[in-house]
Design a protein around this ligand. Sequence first.
Ligand code: NAD
Length: 356
Amino acid sequence: MEKKIAVIRGDCSSPEFVKETIRVLDKIAQKHGHTFVYEEVAMGGDAIDRYGDPLPEAELQKCLNSDSVLLGSVGGPKWDTLPGDKRPEKGLLRLRAGMGLYSNARPARIWPQLAPASPLRPDIAANGIDFIIIRELTGGVYFGEHSTIHNGTEEVATDIMEYSVHEIERIGRIGFETARKRRKKLTSVDKANVLDTSRLWRKVMHELAEEYPDVEYEDMLVDNCAMQIVKNPAQFDVIVTENMFGDILSDEASMITGSIGMIPSSSLGDTTVGVYEPIHGSAPDIAGQNIVNPMACILSAAMMLRYSFDMSEEADEIERAVGAVLDQGFRTADNQSEGCTVLGTKEITDRILEEI
Ligand code: NAD
């Protein structure tokens, strides 16, 4: 197969781990007879420096004309003082909106080799953590109207939270379909005891549940879910939720796995063209030292092969190779523990390449 991949190298440490990820993709291409053509796209601080804009229209078009997007992380102290619409993060929001990406998936999986790094009690972590959070990405309070007015006495701020039936239905379906491909359990998270948007969410989810009798379905209030994620994470298979709840819960879920440098993510809409990126930021504090962990980005590339290119075998191969390198006791500095060998960004990728 030939696939065109838009590559956003990102800022600070990001170009270091994106470069290593491309080496892994090239090895997979070589081994399986595929051709991956890379289209360089400027976004974030890099695009601000070059064009004065965090995502110029022409760069967005390159993403839209590709089969998928591999994204590093954008942002850093250099651009922190710019006004809101000129900041690197604005590029991210524009990319999601411009590509119609309404669904974000983040697997929360504990690698047994890294279990000691989990902040959970060992007996809880030992039960296993392997679930995925599907977060609605383009609706809810983050995309509603925001305003701050002065009512004559004091300032009053308002943020509108809005969801329509079709927005809930399309993300709900992704939740059910994802559960079908896994252990067939779906937890829908809302705040239906307080919010109208959540009551509509629940109604639509219940209607959908009738179409998926093979999937075990449950509702859970968001406050309870936040507790259950640390109390008994093994109970979850797939969680589906709205934008803000998903933002918060997915950060909590990634923390319990012990290492931010290991967690990939995917964002998809109605087509197979998605954006694949590590969940961590651009790690400015360690830029240029060849110590940033490339695994989350490499695992994001594996998700791209599986979900956008239908290359499950190749994706499995990358994940197996990462596991094998961890089994051999090799770590990057962020994951080091007693008895392990710490390698640099390039050197740990060399090991992964040897395993493919
Ligand atoms: P961060 O994730 O970049 O870093 C937090 C800490 O974790 C740092 O100490 C960093 O060195 C470490 N870390 C992160 N990833 C690592 C890895 N792969 N290997 C080893 N250590 C790793 O978060 P931050 O410091 O809050 O943000 C830095 C910049 O990244 C900010 O400008 C922020 O806006 C941006 N950011 C971008 C994205 C994105 O592009 N999607 C996401 C989050 C943050």
